[in-house]
Design a protein around this ligand. Structure first.
Ligand code: ZN
Length: 264
């Protein structure tokens, strides 16, 4: 499922391909993808306009339209973008197709239908509508803000990191990675983390996300020292060689190392 580093990679791809192009029309191939908006309204909002820039809010990509609102894209379980030139055929499972006046097209591809396409006034409105916490890489999410969000909570730290209403952008894979790098057991209660552990966790959150973005969220480029490439039933910890353990948290499978990830 696309998480913050994946969405940031899509955002950069979007900017490098689609900014400044005039939109001719929008073809909605599957209305189930639309988030509380009709195809006609989407068409009216985008036709003859240009994408001017984009921002990320957690797992959402906002494509700003001629300083007049934003197209919102949420990728669900398996979504991605494909920019098509020279009459290239859209990939299978393309759900929304944006046609530019130069003949190129931008395909929003979503195999399962968990992704969403919508319109909002701006990023603040999206955060309000979806009750999103600050983006995990936002500069205003500093150590003090992180401590205020996390410290004292009774919940398990992995569940807190994955709660989009507290911090936006982190899902199952990268919450595991952050906890792994910080040496914190995923079932630790947040209120049991001391100041040193909170600091370590905060630094690890920023570092892991930034490093994965550097790798374009491509699992083949992510370092061997990351948990990510060892997540399997027989996987071993790349730090100490111990067999990885698993636990169910919020219905998702967490991987962790029983040797170096401690419950505080
Ligand atoms: Zn280990």
């Amino acid at each position: 499922m696309p998480e913050l580093p994946d969405v940031e990679t899509f955002r950069r791809y979007f900017e490098s391909t689609s900014l400044g192009r005039t939109i001719e029309r929008v073809d909605v191939l599957d209305r189930r993808m639309l988030d509380d908006i009709s195809p006609r309204k989407l068409q009216l909002a985008l036709a003859k306009k240009k994408f001017t820039d984009s921002v990320r809010c957690g797992k959402y990509l906002l494509a700003n339209v001629s300083n007049d609102g934003s197209l919102t894209l949420h990728f669900g379980m398996t979504g991605y973008l494909a920019y098509l030139t020279d009459g290239q055929e859209p990939p299978r499972h393309t759900r929304v197709l944006i046609q530019f006046t130069n003949g190129d097209r931008l395909a929003f591809v979503n195999q399962r239908i968990f992704g969403r396409v919508g319109l909002v006034e701006d990023a603040d409105r999206l955060r309000e509508l979806k009750s999103l916490g600050p983006d995990a890489l936002a500069s205003n999410l500093d150590l003090d803000a992180f401590r205020k969000i996390v410290a004292g909570r009774i919940g398990k730290i992995k569940a807190i990191l994955m709660n989009q209403k507290l911090i936006a952008g982190i899902g199952n894979i990268y919450s595991d990675e952050i906890l792994f790098q910080a040496g914190v057991h995923p079932e630790t209660r947040a209120r049991d983390l001391d100041e040193a552990a909170l600091k370590h966790l905060f630094r690890s959150m920023k570092q892991v996300l930034e490093e994965v973005i550097e790798c374009q969220a491509d699992s083949r480029k992510i370092p061997e020292s990351f948990l990510l490439s060892h997540r399997s039933r027989d996987g071993r910890c790349p730090k100490d060689g111990k067999k990885l353990s698993r636990a169910k948290i919020l219905g998702r499978t967490a991987y962790f190392c029983p040797e170096h990830q401690f419950k505080k």
